[in-house]
Write a protein that binds this ligand. Structure first.
Ligand SMILES: [Mg+2]
Length: 113
């Protein structure tokens, strides 16, 4: 399967078809799926429960599907938008690396081992 972001948008439109949310519903569905990712992270990282990478992957995919649905509903070409966003991040990241990099390295070592 073609997993380029444009192909994902097209496949989501095809699969959801008549069950596509209204725009506000798609936004709420995205929030719900983000909450499901958050719940798994909380269970694994804070409560020490067994949460598989597969379970996390499944919820992350739900988020991507919701993002694709929203993009379709608003006429956003995610491939083009992402290219612009990543170019912008590439310009800004070095400054963040300088200002936040050391503290984030400490936090990663402390929290992630
Ligand atoms: Mg889900």
């Amino acid at each position: 399967m073609d997993t380029t972001i444009q192909a994902v948008q097209a496949r989501v439109a095809e699969v959801l078809g008549p069950i596509t949310h209204p725009r506000v519903g798609a936004g709420l569905a995205l929030s719900e799926e983000c909450g499901e990712v958050t719940k798994l992270i909380l269970e694994r990282e804070v409560y020490g429960q067994q949460v598989s990478e597969e379970a996390i992957a499944a919820e992350l995919c739900d988020v991507v599907v919701c993002v694709a649905e929203l993009a379709n509903l608003y006429g956003v070409d995610l491939g083009a938008a992402l290219a612009l966003k990543l170019d912008d991040l590439a310009k800004r990241a070095p400054g963040w690396a300088e200002s936040l990099g050391p503290s984030l390295a400490v936090a990663r070592a402390r929290m992630d081992g």
